[in-house]
Design a protein around this ligand. Structure first.
Ligand code: KIV
Length: 263
């Protein structure tokens, strides 16, 4: 079973850490059987599962539901739950209470977005035995402040802030940090500046691991597709073809045939 210690030792051995998102039982079963290391119950469920424009609307109750059914499926990977917007920013007490609820439904840790403003909450969670994954760079819960899904850390000044934030997250006790949509050279510098694993998404090849949103990389969601997403399958197209064939066979009376009926 993958633990946060496994990830630390993978970084030491320079073995790449493979992470993907999941929100439901059958998908989590498939992912876990592939032997990937981390399954994130991402708040990207708001976008690619629920069709919202951003991640802000998803609630604690919805994230708990996704986390419970994913955790039920997973036997090997490390399950991390994304803490939704307003579940940890309001107070340390809220952060502890809500993070604890994710562990109660089966997650092995939580992910929080941001740097300096949430360091005290992270320290408290870690002190209480709740593993925390950080998330820097493009932090979708701050989409309105960032002014869009744009590249982060592209100036010397903003890059330096991200390096300092990554060091603070390590000091606060995070076991890993996601780096989203930043230049590859900056991700390389951050990875060299800290000793916890960096997990990149749109952050180039130099991170200790990579994460993608499953629905993006299997072609199940195409409302928008960031440049960094590589599509490994066209599942949406496969579903469309299957449904069209079923539709035609029902209309023509071809289905159900003898093989799919009872005497
Ligand atoms: O919500 C999510 O899926 C994420 C990943 C993209 C890192 O935060």
């Amino acid at each position: 079973m993958v633990t946060i210690r496994t990830l630390a030792s993978m970084r030491q051995k320079q073995e790449k850490i493979v992470c993907l998102t999941a929100y439901d039982y059958p998908t989590a079963c498939i992912l876990d059987k592939t032997g990937i290391d981390v399954i994130l119950v991402g708040d990207s469920a708001a976008n690619v599962f629920a069709g919202e424009k951003n991640t802000l609307p998803i609630t604690m109750e919805e994230m708990l539901y996704h986390t419970r059914i994913v955790s039920r499926a997973v036997k090997n990977a490390l399950v991390i739950a994304d803490m939704p917007f307003l579940s940890y920013q309001t107070s340390i007490q809220d952060a502890v209470y809500n993070a604890g609820r994710f562990l109660k439904v089966g997650a092995a840790g939580v992910k929080l977005e941001g740097g300096a403003p949430i360091l005290d909450a992270i320290k408290r969670l870690v002190a209480l035995g709740i593993p925390v994954m950080g998330h820097l760079g493009l932090t979708p819960q701050s989409i309105h402040e960032l002014g869009g899904y744009r590249l982060q850390g592209s100036t010397e000044e903003s890059g330096a802030i991200l390096i300092a934030d990554a060091k603070s997250l390590e000091m606060a006790g995070c076991f890993a940090v996601v780096l989203e949509k930043i230049p590859a050279s900056l991700a390389k510098e951050i990875t060299a500046s800290i000793s916890i694993p960096t997990i990149g998404i749109g952050a180039g090849p130099f991170c200790d691991g990579q994460i993608l949103v499953l629905h993006d990389m299997i072609g199940l969601f195409d409302d928008f597709s960031p440049k960094f997403v590589k599509q490994y399958a066209h599942v949406g197209e496969a579903i469309r073809q299957a449904v069209e064939q079923y539709r035609d066979e029902v209309r023509k009376g071809v289905y159900p045939d003898k093989a799919h009926s009872f005497d």
